[in-house]
Ligand binder design. Structure first.
Ligand SMILES: Nc1ncnc2c1ncn2[C@@H]1O[C@H](COP(=O)(O)OP(=O)(O)OP(=O)(O)O)[C@@H](O)[C@H]1O
Ligand SMILES: [Mg+2]
Length: 1108
């Protein structure tokens, strides 16, 4: 059988411990060291990766390396954590199996680094795209945030995880990350208030003080100097190779990427600052009169600043540090706290504040990174839990941490050692059992519900009466005395009575990874994890959104007297859930080993590594692997996967799957020792055999792919060819059609041309013939015409000749007759011939005159002055008479067309002419103006409605006139109304009647001879109207007004004819005085056409422009 050699062959030492020969602990360690010395930090045990911490950066985590390991078989390249990550990722993506990466090892062995490498590898190889990249970035950036708050420098590790972390990364069916969920396990919060020598508090405190800007520190009321804070240990504040300031910037940046709001970051920093401030609050004792000790705060400045930071009322917190209220059965009892209790309360608050902040951070990160879609996810879980640790002084936290590690070891044993061996037995494979240490017994010691240490601790915590750490130890001494992994000086087991390495207040557990001595001090308290209610209530009252959220139990409305579950109980429950979760996934192991205790590179401390190899059970792991089979698979999927390697099984095997696999293996000539047939699975001993199968499968798949490709290409080409052919036929048909159409059109046009030429030729021929015919006809006609003309002229000549002759005969005959008559009547003719000739001539002349006159008659217009000239003097009288008669006749004709109104108008005009013509210079300009009468349209205009109704008679004339004021000669506008009975003067604006003069009261009217419109209405002396005196008025329509007045006078029975005086000087009676109005010609001032001026009491002078 030819097998392609794997890269495992050319390795430093042996890359896979399964291939180690001979196998012993020494050779195992030798191999590890050899590889470690050559920077080969990864070694396999089958599919398990052993990782040695190099304590320096190696060039094996570059993007090139990622590419190298991408999509490669696990054993194809030298051992690497990337190979494991790739294997896990691909089986998640391609086989839809949820994965978990279990990273174990003691503190400082490199678990956290390993988990980050796995995550970064997966991030690098999975899909890309804007959204995917954002998810990846958020998942990766959650690490620095959690490390800042949850990691600290310990003696074993400068970046030791002080909390357990399990992160589920969720992928879609394509293998693109969708989001993640982080679970955290019990933060070692005691570190907040106290750190063992050589260790530090959590990184974030140092990062904040070193990295925050001065401005931020001022806002947080902090000082950069670490030594100012009681909670910060000073002997190891600065750690080599750790740049706190730079890390602070990284953390802030990471928080931003993860999606923290600016105000959330600020709140978080305020809480961190508050914890530091809290540590600085100190108490002093003060004795009270009843003899009890009470505590007082020494310096309230820190308290004040902390309260300001968190928005807490200082007095509330101060009281919470001095008193403790216990509530029982509706009763509240307040007791004072002594100094020790006050310090206890302060530290409890600091620890709670910090641990709750940490849990909030995890929740907040989860909110940001949770998958948005609701579709089923594939999950890859990465577990990075605090490593097994043995300190000088081990307390509750170490107990919990080591219990967690026991559980992980348990799951490793379960899945790799026990499960595997049990499977061989189940499947009926021949198998010699391999002994290994099963730590289930230790797990039972700790977690057993009846008598486990955690159960005892809980029982003790909940028990009424005095409970101390000592009573707890007593209980353990009784209950666990017989347990082979429990050791205590005072236990019932007498063999430890003399063991001086066991102090009285301690108990020791033989963990899978070694013996650990736990000091019971603080166990009860830490398990109780109680915070005085006064403190939680004080915190709830804080005017700070985050603090309020962190202490919900402080809400007085939700007072819960029930005890919260203990820390141990909670941890046990969450570890239980975690284990269940891990068991549902396909495990991938990374077992981290710490090469030395000095955190130094290149040092391989044999004893230390040997110890780890032992307790991690690596030798057993190799033995099981070697004795067993590297690979197993149920018959159905195996046949399904490899059936293409054998003609008989390809493409379908009709019989049972197992027989199919047997046929396959026989056909492939795999040596019998390389595999075994189990009941439901085939077991393959050597990875090489598997590689061989895989390689053959790959080749075969290539062939199959080629075949599929070939058939597909053939099909595609055929389809394309057929399509082309079909297209070609269509194109050809269309082309032929087009060509034929074109040819047809060409022939058709040629035919048309030929036809048109022929027709043209025929037409021209016909035309020629017709023209010839026509010419002939014309010629004939012309000849005929000429001939007839000649004939006619000849005939005419003859007829004329004949007529002339006849006429001549008649004339001659008449002359002859005349001559005869004259000779006969000569004697009568001579007596009255003169008179007859004269009468005849006169008659002829008059006849001609009338005929001429008829044709030269002028038009019917009465103003047409034309008349034909007289032809003979003797007709002069007749001619003049005819002209007059004609003029009268046509005037009559013209008049007969007039209507009655028009007649009246003309009568008025005539009367005006009679009154004014040649007497007043204004008259000519009035001739062409028609007499309108009612200029104001008094009956229609609503403005004059009142005035109209005041006048009974029909209004003959309505106009606006100027009433001349005697005092200054100025005019005032007045409405002038003339009816048949009276003259009315009214106000122009209001229409109110000012004066009404009955016509009989008028004696005369005086006007000038000039072009002005002045007129004086003179009243009869002694009449009723004469009291006020005469009216001197001026109007543009003077001629019309006077004419109308005159006419009314003529037609009214009881009135005398009105006199019209026309003179340039007349007297006007104004009340008592007579004033002379004189008209002179001159240039009136102010550009007015006419101006009136009072010269003296008796004279008004009116200047009228000179008449041109
Ligand atoms: N692959 C590696 N390459 C370089 N240095 C490493 C590597 N793995 C670990 N280290 C170094 O070892 C230190 C401790 O590693 P890490 O924090 O991962 O230990 P851990 O197992 O998580 O310990 P703990 O249980 O205390 O959290 C790291 O800070 C780093 O300096
Ligand atoms: Mg860690």
């Amino acid at each position: 059988m030819e097998v392609k050699t794997s890269l495992l062959d050319n390795m430093i030492g042996v890359g896979d411990m399964v291939l180690l020969e001979p196998l012993s602990e020494d050779s195992f360690l030798e191999n590890l060291q050899k590889r470690f010395d050559h920077n080969e930090i990864y070694t396999y045990i089958g599919s398990v990766v052993i990782s040695m911490n190099p304590y320096r950066s190696l060039p094996i985590f570059t993007p090139d390396k990622v590419e190298e390991y991408r999509n490669r078989n696990f054993y194809e390249l030298s051992p690497h954590i990337y190979a494991l990550a790739d294997e896990a990722y691909r089986s998640l993506r391609d086989q839809d199996k949820d994965q978990c990466i279990l990273i174990t090892g003691e503190s400082g062995a490199g678990k956290t680094e390993a988990s980050k490498l796995v995550m970064s590898y997966v991030a690098a190889v999975c899909g890309k795209g804007q959204e995917v990249n954002k998810v990846k970035e958020q998942l990766l950036q959650s690490n620095p945030v959690l490390e800042a708050f949850g990691n600290a420098k310990t003696v074993r590790n400068d970046n030791s995880s002080r909390f357990g972390k399990y992160m589920d990364i969720e992928f879609d069916f394509k293998g693109d990350p969708l989001g993640g969920v982080i679970s955290n396990y019990l933060l070692e919060k005691s570190r907040v208030v106290k750190q063992p020598r050589g260790e530090r508090n959590f990184h974030v405190f140092y990062q904040l003080l070193s990295g925050a800007s001065d401005d931020t520190l001022r806002k947080l009321k902090l000082d950069r100097d670490f030594s100012k804070y009681n909670y910060l240990s000073l002997d190891s504040a600065a750690v080599n190779g750790l740049d706190d300031a730079a890390n602070f910037r990284t953390v802030r940046n990471a928080m931003q990427i993860v999606g923290f709001m600016e105000d959330e970051v600020q709140s978080v920093l305020e809480l961190v600052a508050a914890v530091l401030k809290l540590g600085n609050i100190e108490f002093k004792p003060e004795s009270r009169c009843n003899g009890t000790d009470e505590s007082r705060i020494k310096d309230k400045n820190d308290l004040k600043e902390m309260c300001e930071l968190l928005g807490i009322e200082q007095s509330v917190l101060e009281r919470a540090f001095s008193y403790r209220t216990v509530e029982a059965k509706m009763e509240k009892v307040s007791t004072t706290l002594n100094v020790a209790q006050a310090y206890y309360a302060r530290d409890a608050l600091a620890k709670n504040l910090y641990s709750r902040l940490f849990s909030w951070l995890v929740t907040r990160i989860n909110e940001s990174i949770k998958a948005q879609t609701k579709t089923r996810h594939k999950v890859m879980g990465v577990l990075d839990i605090y490593g097994f640790e043995i300190f000088e002084d081990n307390s509750f936290e170490q107990f919990i941490i080591n219990y967690c590690n026991e559980k992980l070891q348990q799951i490793f044993i379960e899945l790799t050692l026990r499960e595997e061996q049990e499977e061989y037995v189940r499947e009926g494979i021949e198998w010699t059992n391999i002994e290994y240490f099963n730590n289930a017994i230790i797990c039972d010691l700790i977690e057993n519900n009846q008598n486990g240490i955690l159960a005892m601790l809980d029982e003790e915590c909940l028990r009424p009466g005095t409970v101390t750490d000592e009573t707890f130890l007593d209980k353990l001494n009784t209950v666990c005395a017989e347990h082979q992994h429990f050791e205590s000086r005072l236990s019932k087991n007498s063999k430890f009575l003399t063991d001086h390495s066991l102090p009285h207040n301690c108990f020791r557990i033989q963990h899978y990874a070694g013996k650990v001595l736990y000091r019971v001090e603080g166990f009860v308290d830490k398990n109780n994890d109680l915070l005085y209610r006064d403190l939680s209530q004080a915190m709830y009252k804080a005017n700070h959104s985050l603090i309020k959220q962190l202490f919900p139990e402080g809400n007085p409305a939700k007072v819960n007297l029930k005890r919260p579950p203990t820390a141990g109980f909670q941890f046990r429950a969450s570890v239980g859930t975690l284990m269940k979760n891990l068991q549902t996934k396909n495990p991938n192991y990374i077992r981290c080993i710490k090469p030395n205790d000095k955190k130094a590179s290149h040092i391989f401390t044999d004893s230390l590594v040997r110890h780890q190899v032992r307790y991690l059970g690596l030798m057993e792991n190799v033995r099981v692997r070697r004795a067993g089979y590297a690979f197993r698979q149920a018959y159905e999927p195996c046949l399904e996967r490899y059936k293409m390697l054998c003609k008989r099984t390809w493409p379908h095997w009709r019989g049972p799957a197992r027989e199919g696999v047997e046929v396959l293996m026989t056909d492939l000539q795999v040596p019998a020792e390389e595999f075994s047939y189990g009941r439901s699975k085939i077991f393959i001993r050597n990875p090489r055999t598997l590689f061989f199968l895989e390689e053959r499968r790959r080749q075969c798949l290539e062939d199959l792919a080629t075949l599929i490709q070939k058939i597909y290409r053939g099909w595609k080409c055929r389809t394309q060819f057929l399509l082309l052919k079909k297209s070609q036929v269509t194109v050809a048909a269309w082309y032929r059609r087009y060509a034929q159409q074109k040819k047809y059109k060409r022939i058709k046009s040629a035919t048309t041309v030929v036809q048109s030429y022929t027709r043209g030729w025929q037409a021209r021929k016909l035309l020629r013939e017709l023209k010839y015919q026509k010419r002939c006809e014309e010629a004939v006609t012309t000849i005929a015409a000429f001939w007839h003309g000649t004939q006619a002229r000849r005939e005419l000549r003859r007829l004329k000749e004949e007529a002339r002759r006849k006429h001549a005969v008649a004339v001659i005959w008449a002359y002859w007759q005349g001559l005869k008559v004259r000779r006969e009547y000569r004697k009568f003719f001579r007596a009255n011939a003169g008179k007859k000739i004269y009468d005849f001539t006169i008659q002829r002349i008059i006849q001609k005159y009338f005929l001429n006159l008829k044709s030269t008659m002028p038009s019917m217009s009465p103003i047409d002055k034309n008349w034909p000239t007289r032809p003979y003097l003797f007709l002069d009288g007749v001619h003049t008479d005819l002209r007059r008669i004609f003029h009268l006749w046509r005037c009559k004709k013209y008049r007969s067309q007039f209507t009655e109104e028009k007649k009246a108008v003309y009568e008025e005009k005539l009367e005006a002419s009679e009154i004014f013509k040649d007497k007043k210079a204004l008259y000519p300009s009035s001739v062409s103006q028609p007499f309108k009468g009612d200029y104001l349209e008094i009956s229609k205009n609503p403005k004059y409605q009142k005035l109209n109704s005041a006048v009974d008679e029909k209004v003959l004339l309505a106009d606006v006139v100027n009433k001349i004021n005697r005092a200054n000669g100025k005019g005032t506008a007045r409405i002038f109304l003339l009816t048949k009975k009276s003259v009315v003067l009214a106000d122009q604006k209001t229409g109110q009647v000012k004066a009404s003069v009955p016509l009989p009261d008028l004696s005369s009217v005086s006007v000038s001879t000039q072009t002005d419109g002045f007129f004086a209405l003179r009243l009869k002396e002694g009449s009723a109207s004469a009291v006020k005196g005469d009216f001197l008025l001026s109007s543009e329509h003077l001629i019309e007004i006077i004419t109308k007045l005159h006419r009314v006078g003529a037609t009214t029975a009881d009135m005398e004819q009105l006199n019209v005086d026309i003179s340039d000087e007349f007297l006007v009676q104004f009340k008592q005085d007579k004033v002379c109005v004189k008209f002179i010609q001159g240039v009136p001032k102010n550009g007015n056409s006419v101006s009136c001026k009072r010269k003296n009491n008796r004279l008004l002078e009116v200047s009228v422009p000179t008449t041109p």
